[in-house]
Design a protein around this ligand. Structure first.
Ligand code: ADP
Ligand code: MG
Length: 248
């Protein structure tokens, strides 16, 4: 459903991504791991349209994302979270989710789909936001200012915002970073619950225990290249992978 096809990204002399090809299938969790600077976030930033692509293609179905502006990539069904939280601190939690649905085209799409007036569409959007907050155990925080929440809760709000538009492709950039053990366990359950036949999920993570326990397939990146891909047990016993991590 999501495909990186011979993708390269140059930052000046540096090939942050160097001829990367792999597919992310729906219905499963694809982890992308690798040492710091391997190029993981750059892949997400290119897919989401934050960074241009130097060469190659990024496809969702037949749609070539690298040709599209950010908002059209979002409308193509791709959604992402940020490694560093990017919420609107002064807005309520529920408003933070609403803005993810508000772009006029999405709004009118919902209105058209449900045959709703503008006002009814707004209510429908709000109901969807509350349903997602409920699902992630955040209902009690809906009206709180996002910036006033604890770090772990803000990370969950990021996830909520990413899923509220019901994406087909979901890219999670280090969702567990900075979370304590209990919060990580909770996040794990939420991510597992998101697994659905029509959703392609990418999980970028450093927490190996989390990765090994929930990933269906693991792509290992090192210095902008794909070093290996396989199941948790295949990756665990891969000597090249072990060397890349030991050499960190
Ligand atoms: P990871 O997420 O795997 O830690 P990144 O994708 O953030 O790695 O970075 C990969 C490489 O690209 C690093 O060497 C980083 O310094 C470089 N890089 C990332 N973004 C930029 C940028 N906007 N400008 C210049 N170099 C960048
Ligand atoms: Mg990163």
């Amino acid at each position: 459903m999501l495909k990186f096809d011979h993708v390269t990204k140059q930052f000046g002399e540096l090939a942050a991504i160097d001829d990367v090809t792999f597919e992310v299938k729906p219905g499963i969790i694809t982890a992308v791991i690798g040492p710091n600077g391997a190029g993981k976030s750059t892949l997400v930033n290119m897919a989401a349209g934050s960074y241009g692509v130097t060469s190659g293609r990024i496809l969702v179905g037949d749609t070539e994302l690298q040709k599209l502006p950010k908002y059209r990539i979002a409308h193509a069904g791709l959604s992402r979270t940020y490694q560093n939280i990017r919420l609107f601190d002064g807005m309520s939690v529920v408003k933070n989710l609403e803005v993810a649905l508000v772009p006029p085209r999405v709004g009118s799409l919902i209105a058209n789909t449900f045959g709703l007036s503008g006002r009814a569409a707004a209510e429908e959007r709000r109901a969807r936001c509350h349903a997602v907050l409920e699902r992630l155990g955040l209902a009690a925080y809906a009206e709180r200012q996002a910036g006033s929440l604890a770090y772990g809760q803000q990370k969950l709000v990021e996830l909520a915002r990413a899923i509220v538009a019901e994406p087909r492709v979901l890219l999670l950039d280090e969702p567990a970073a900075g979370l304590n053990h209990g919060e990580t366990e909770q996040l794990k359950q939420h991510i597992l619950a998101l697994r659905a036949p029509d959703l392609a999920m990418v999980l970028i993570e450093h927490d190996m225990k989390l990765i090994m326990s929930i990933s269906d397939t693991i792509v290992v990146m090192n210095r902008g290249r794909v070093l290996a891909q396989g199941t948790a047990s295949e990756i665990r016993t891969n000597t090249e992978v072990q060397e890349a991590y030991l050499g960190q």
